[in-house]
Ligand binder design. Structure first.
Ligand SMILES: Nc1ncnc2c1ncn2[C@@H]1O[C@H](COP(=O)(O)OP(=O)(O)OP(=O)(O)O)[C@@H](O)[C@H]1O
Ligand SMILES: [Mg+2]
Length: 246
């Protein structure tokens, strides 16, 4: 097993953002994680990647207990993630932004630069390497987040809505990039609201609702599970104007 998360709970005051979530990942898997807004997907990622310490539960990565480790320690072990709102370091070029990731394994500036350039080539950002990163649009910023994570040479990559907000042409490029990452042998968990993306990329999807996994199956299977339909429709009934039913 690559990753095993058991009974993960993350509370904010009395609110259970993650409420007993489990996840088991084998090496080289590519799974989807879907669920309505506020279901706890990003908070769960934060727990898995060490940005947030779970209130309860245990996370093992390659057999080692990583539950209480920092995000830097997680990155060192090969667990990287992107953020729903991409982090862009201001005043730095696209290449320098990626070097922030590359320094993890390559402390010498020259080697970090080489690593960053290799990743920029792989992610299709080479032409923008010398631009200020803040000049990138949404698609470029999302790609930059992926590039910085890849520069840490991860075994497992958690993508938090890396394909949201893209035009259909940009989305095609992003899907192809995720497939190339997977083809490199990197295990992926993809949080995504766009069901077309989930259908095209994954054969196993977990559905999150109110902080826990309520269903699991192929993308086609989960969309027919009554609890899943209810989870999405329930939110709509509560007045969310933007239906994201799968
Ligand atoms: N630091 C925090 N303090 C208090 N509440 C929080 C905090 N972070 C998240 N929450 C709450 O936890 C719940 C889960 O949020 P989270 O961002 O994990 O959901 P999500 O599934 O990623 O949603 P979305 O699809 O909109 O990104 C939400 O109700 C959110 O308001
Ligand atoms: Mg989120």
């Amino acid at each position: 097993m690559l990753l095993e998360a058991r009974g993960i709970v993350k509370t904010f005051g009395s609110f259970h953002a993650v409420d007993g979530a489990d996840l088991t990942l084998a090496e080289n898997e590519l799974i989807g994680l879907i669920g309505p807004n506020g279901a706890g997907k990003s908070t769960f990622f934060n727990c898995l990647a060490g940005e947030a310490r779970p209130t309860l539960g245990k996370i093992r990565f390659r057999g080692a207990d990583v539950t209480a480790l920092s995000s830097a320690a997680h990155a060192g072990l090969g667990l990287a993630r992107t953020f729903q709102v991409p982090i862009v370091f201001e005043g730095m070029s696209v290449r320098e932004n990626v070097m922030v990731g590359a320094f993890l394994r390559h402390p010498a500036r020259r080697r970090a630069e080489e690593k960053a350039d290799e990743v920029l080539e792989f992610t299709g950002l080479a032409a923008q390497a010398d631009m200020l990163a803040t000049a990138l649009g949404t698609a470029g910023r999302k790609r930059l987040g992926i590039a910085r994570a890849l520069a840490t040479e991860p075994i497992l990559l958690l993508l938090d809505e890396a394909l949201a907000g893209l035009t259909s042409a940009e989305m095609e490029g992003a899907i192809a990039l995720v497939e190339r990452i997977h083809a490199r042998g990197i295990t992926l968990v993809v949080v995504e609201h766009i069901m077309e993306v989930i259908h095209r990329l994954t054969r196993r999807v977990l559905v999150f609702n109110q902080g826990r996994v309520i269903a699991e199956g192929t993308p086609a299977e989960v969309t027919h599970i009554p609890a899943v339909i209810e989870a999405y429709l329930g939110r709509r009934a509560q007045g969310s104007p933007e239906s994201r039913a799968p």
